[in-house]
Write a protein that binds this ligand. Sequence first.
Ligand SMILES: Nc1nc2c(c(=O)[nH]1)N[C@H]1C(S)=C(S)[C@@H](COP(=O)(O)O)O[C@H]1N2
Ligand SMILES: [Mo]
Length: 199
Amino acid sequence: MTTSEGFVGRRLDSHTSLPPGQYLTEGFPVLSAGPTPNVSTDDWRLSVTGTSGEDTEWDMRRLLTLGVEDIRADLHCVTGWSKLSSPWRGVPLESVLAPHIAETTQHVLVHSYGGYTTNVPLADLLNGQAWLAHSFAGGPLSASHGGPVRLLIPHLYLWKSAKWVRALTLTAEPVLGFWERLGYHAYGDPWQEQRYSSD
Ligand SMILES: Nc1nc2c(c(=O)[nH]1)N[C@H]1C(S)=C(S)[C@@H](COP(=O)(O)O)O[C@H]1N2
Ligand SMILES: [Mo]
C-alpha cells in the first residue's frame, strides 16, 4: 500500500492489512436491496425519537447548523469489497442523538426512506465514530449512494451505514434491522469477521 506525497488525510499506517476476507476496490460499487428512493434535499427530513417517545425533526438547513466535518473513511462491505480513505462531509451523529439519550438508552434502530432498517448499539454512534453524511468527494451525495443524507459508520460493515436515512429510534433493548433479521450479524465488526449471526 502506498500514499502519495503530500497526502493529508488519515494515514494508512494502521491499515497494513484489510479486514479478514476483504479485497481492495478502487471503484465505488452501489449496493441497494431495493429501488432508490427519490427524496429531494428540500423534502428530506430526519426524525429522532427518544426512549420516552419525545422526538425532534431535522431538515437539511437545521442539520448543517450543528457543524459539518470532513471525514476520511475506510468502507468494508460484507460482500467482500473494501474502499480505503473515501472523502465524505457530514454532521456527527452524536449531535442529533445527544438531546434524546436517557439512562436506559442502549440501542438505535435506523430507518430509511424505502423501508430499510438496521440496528446499532448507541455506544458505536458516539465519540466521532458515526456521521450523517450529505457530501462525497466534494459534491452533494448522489441518490444511488444514499443522498440527500446517509449514515456513515466506518468501523462496522457497510450495511450498517443506512442510505436515505429517515428516522432514528432510541431503545433500551436491541431491535433487529432488515439484514440482521435475515441472518446477518447483529453487530458486524469487519475486523472480527462478524458477517452472519453464527460468526
Ligand atoms: N437504505 C439502504 N441503505 C443501505 C442499503 C440498502 O439496501 N438500503 N444497503 C447497505 C449495504 S449492504 C451496503 S454495502 C451499503 C452500500 O452503499 P453504497 O451503495 O453507497 O456503496 O449501503 C448500505 N445501506
Ligand atoms: Mo453490503
